[in-house]
Design a protein around this ligand. Structure first.
Ligand SMILES: [Zn+2]
Length: 488
């Protein structure tokens, strides 16, 4: 998922990375990752043979078994799968829409995750609900009741736009529910007919059926509405239900001196289903596997245990990493770091510190020697939206790769998120950075960072304004009640 502000791409020459003369293991690993590796062949297999893999789907189960097999083949000491619970089930079954008056034409659309089905096929008048705010629904008055509300949407060009789109969801659903609209057709934020999965609720089920419709067709409906009554026939059928189980894949290279201390490298394996989950986030699942492979290949044994985790349930609300944190609660004091990659093949310019200024110096030290890869910009920001979240809430030192978002955005959750979008050179540079970093953190005589107590995490949440994001995404009550994160 991941929603972050854009960063400026920096240009770096990979040749510079081995500028040091030490030829230490971190640099050897980085050098190896930049050469010919099977990483992109793995990704191609995951995307083209398994494809889109929403958590709970047969494709996701295949991806889990595939990833476990690839990690085993990479030569790690052990591989297991660990089950966890996803609280709410949502799967698209079918979505059909047709304008039937004043003209007859089919409408392209994609049901929004976390929303209910229509009650069979409905036919209703369309009303223009503007931006879908409480005010625009209030203006419609009784006309909105039982109608299909057409809602406009700004074209998404930056991460700020994307973030604004998400922040808009809860108030939109609430306004539509209050107005008793039969359904909402949300204009696609991407031009040229592109559709995407836009989750409307990450903690429950929005009570109004919602689908994203082609931007051009939304504009046509809005023009027709200016001087005629418009009627649409709509059927959104989603499979919804209560909790179900999925699995994370966990591989391990045991530490030679401090095997109970853990440095974790993670990425989510699940994806939405319209595309094949290449940039979000197959490329980084392949990266995690390749980092493990590299360490085995050069027969290096780190001081601490390295854990390679492929989470599922991320797109539904980061439930795989939440489950990991719960299952490993007794071990979290010994988790020195959790490092997450989740912005496709965008160039990594540094790591988000999630407010942990105490990690800045040790991080800079760990990244020294691969500065030639253009990595060294480490923002303090804490961002809600990927698998570091429950580690953050649990006080575990965590880092999220700060990646160039520009190439990632147009295909985000869309039909067009396919293998061809991945930049192989940048993906390999990211694998080089990840390899060097996790090696240094696992092998350094000094521990990377300490675990914070709950009171310290509370302060961090306020200081970084994480609370505002958590409230917008419906996670605040879970934190207060102790359902998210694990106390020290
Ligand atoms: Zn993602």
């Amino acid at each position: 998922m991941l929603r972050i502000r854009p960063v400026l791409a920096t240009v770096a020459t990979t040749a510079l990375i081995l500028s040091g003369q030490t030829g230490d293991i971190a640099q050897r690993l980085a050098g190896r990752a930049l050469g010919p590796t099977p990483m992109l062949a793995d990704l191609r297999e995951l995307c083209d043979r398994i494809g889109g893999r929403p958590t709970g789907s047969p494709a996701c189960e295949r991806a889990i078994d595939w990833a476990a097999a690839r990690l085993k083949a990479a030569g790690v000491d052990s591989v297991t799968t660990e089950s966890f619970s996803v609280p709410v089930q949502w799967a698209a079954v079918s979505a059909e829409a047709r304008c039937v008056a004043p003209e007859d034409f089919a409408i392209r659309l994609a049901a929004a995750p976390g929303t209910v089905s229509t009650s069979g096929t409905i036919e209703a008048a369309v009303v223009n609900a503007g931006e879908g705010t409480a005010e625009s629904f209030a203006k419609l008055g009784a006309r909105a009741r039982g109608a299909i509300a057409l809602v406009s949407n700004r074209e998404m060009k930056t991460f700020d736009d994307l973030f604004a789109e998400y922040m808009h969801d809860a108030p939109l659903v609430e306004a539509a529910r209050k107005a008793q609209a039969a359904a909402v057709l949300l204009t696609s934020s991407r031009p040229r007919g592109l559709l995407y999965r836009h989750p409307m609720d990450l903690s429950g089920m929005a009570p109004v059926p919602v689908a994203v419709i082609s931007r051009e067709q939304a504009a046509r409906l809005a023009r027709l509405l200016e001087n005629s009554e418009v009627r649409v026939r709509l059927n959104l059928t989603n499979r919804t239900g209560g909790p179900y189980e999925s699995r994370n894949v966990v591989g391990e290279i045991r530490g030679r001196e401090l095997p109970d201390e853990v440095v974790l490298l993670g990425a989510h394996l699940d994806s939405w289903d319209l595309g094949t989950g290449a940039e979000d986030n197959g490329v980084n699942a392949a990266l995690v596997i390749d980092v493990a492979r590299g360490i085995h290949e050069i027969q290096a044994k780190p001081r601490r245990t390295l854990r390679f985790v492929l989470f599922t349930g991320e797109e539904q609300g980061m439930w795989g990493s939440a489950g990991y944190v719960k299952r490993h609660a007794a071990e979290l004091d010994r988790h020195n770091a959790a490092i997450i990659f989740d912005t496709g093949s965008g160039r990594t310019t540094g790591f988000f510190l999630s407010g942990r200024e105490d990690l800045r110096t040790p991080l800079e030290k760990a990244l020294a020697g691969i500065a030639g890869l253009g990595v060294g910009e480490n923002p303090a920001d804490a961002l809600d939206g990927t698998d570091n979240f429950d580690f953050f809430l649990s006080g575990v030192p965590n880092l999220v790769a700060n990646q160039d978002a520009v190439p990632y955005l147009p295909d985000y959750h869309a039909e067009s998120d396919t293998f061809d979008k991945v930049n192989p050179r940048e993906a390999q540079a990211n694998a080089a950075i990840a390899s060097a970093l996790v090696w240094r953190l696992a092998d350094d005589p000094e521990r990377f960072g300490r675990r914070l107590a709950r009171a310290e995490v509370e302060k961090l949440i306020t200081d970084t304004k994480m609370d505002q994001q958590m409230k917008a995404f419906g996670q605040w009550e879970d934190w207060l009640a102790g359902r998210r994160g694990s106390d020290k």
